[in-house]
Design a binder for this molecule. Structure first.
Ligand code: HEC
Ligand code: HEC
Length: 167
């Protein structure tokens, strides 16, 4: 099914190295009792808690944030409620994950391992975020532009020319 294949490919967002490392670790150790995952919408359903945990660590690093950036705390229990979708950042992260998976599938020939997970991903969270949760589109702060950026190059709303370079 096309959608399911997309879900499988969706793992592309995980840094290939991190995923590979986690799966090697799993193979070397006897399978532990897995914690149950209750609200998984974009990762493959077969993902284990351990694998997910590695992905989460990677995301936190890529965005330069803590788990609480995306995950809500339950006020009554005073504990983290990782399954909760209360925070908009978590919903955004799902969209970002699907976006990057789509890019990898469409424009890069991502290689899959025996679990159907992508081992080499071309675009991942870090490609754009580089340790920043909210990457700004600011050409001005990236040094001088070579020539004006028109709609043909950047597209409307994508790249703004620096103020002094306006045609
Ligand atoms: C950039 C946002 C983001 C950050 C940072 C993040 N997470 Fe997540 N987390 C998600 C999303 C999105 C999902 C749901 C994935 C899905 O729907 O397939 C998730 C799911 C989970 C789940 C599964 C919950 C369940 O049972 O449904 C756990 C556990 C979890 N994260 C732990 C962590 C931990 C621990 C950290 C910090 C190391 C962390 N997360 C950092 C976005 C994030
Ligand atoms: C192609 C570039 C790109 C990739 C890849 C990408 N992001 Fe983003 N992300 C952005 C941009 C640009 C924004 C800011 C959007 C805006 O201004 O509203 C953003 C915003 C976000 C936000 C909202 C931050 C906030 O301050 O509310 C989250 C969460 C996020 N990204 C998570 C992720 C995760 C997790 C991944 C990897 C699965 C990822 N992104 C991959 C470009 C990217």
């Amino acid at each position: 099914m096309y959608f399911n294949r997309k879900l499988t490919v969706a793992i592309a967002l995980i840094s290939g190295a991190v995923l590979l490392a986690s799966m090697t670790a799993i193979q070397q150790q006897p399978q532990q009792q897995e914690r149950k995952l209750v609200n998984i919408k974009v990762f493959p359903k077969s993902i284990t808690y351990r694998q997910l945990d590695h992905v989460m660590d990677g995301w936190a690093k890529a965005l330069g944030v803590k788990c609480t950036f995306c995950h809500a705390r339950n006020d009554e229990t005073k504990k983290m409620d990782f399954a909760s979708d209360a925070k908009p950042e978590k919903l955004m992260a799902r969209q970002m994950f699907l976006m990057a998976a789509k890019i990898n599938k469409k424009y890069f020939k991502a290689k899959k391992d025996s679990l159907g997970m992508i081992m080499e991903s071309s675009v991942n969270c870090n490609t754009c975020h580089h340790g920043v949760s909210h990457p700004e589109v600011s050409l001005a702060s990236n040094g001088p532009q070579k020539g004006p950026v028109g709609p043909g190059q950047g597209g409307p709303g994508v790249a703004q020319p620096a103020p002094d370079k306006k045609p």
